[in-house]
Design a protein. Sequence first.
Length: 184
Amino acid sequence: MQKYQRLVFATSMISFMFTGFGAGAQESPPPAQPDLQKLRPLTVEEFKEALPTRAEELHLKGFRDLIKQGSVVVLDVRSKESFAKRHLKDSVNAPLTDLTEKNLPQLVPDKNTPVVLACDYSFMPVRMLAMTIQAYPVLKANGYTKIYRLNLWSDPEGGDMADYAAQEKALAFEGSEVKPAAPK
C-alpha cells in the first residue's frame, strides 16, 4: 500500500511539475542573438593585445618626465567624494563605473595619448585592491596604447614619499583636504 501511495505521489508531482508550475505564466522572449555576420574572430595579435595585463608603474621621476613630453591625461578613477578631497592638479575624475566605451572618447579622445591612472593606491599603500588595476583592461580593450599606473609612495630610486606632505611638495594637488602651500 505504501509503495502504491509513493508511486501515485511521485507521478502526481511529475505531472504537476510539467503542467502546474508554468500555468498562467507567460514565456519570456528568447534573448537577442548577436548578428553573426558582423562578428569576426580575433587574430592572435589582437587577442594578446586585449589580455588584461598590468600597466607600467610610473613613479615620481617617470611621471614628471612624461608630463614634460607634452600631452598627458591623468584619470583619477576614485569616487567623486574621494577626488573632491585630494587629487593631482589638472587630473580628470573618472570613477570606474564611468569608464565605458561611450565615455572614454570624451575623456581621452586620442587613443595614443599617454593615460596615467590614479587611485588611493597611487598615493598611499592601502590594503584594498588598486582601482587602477581594474581600470587598465577597460582602457586596453578600448584601444588605448599608452597606459600607466601612478605610484608616488614607492620609488625604486629610493625616494620615499609615503606621506601627503612630501607628495604635495613635489607635485601640485587640489581639493578640500589639501593644505595651502606656505608663503615663500
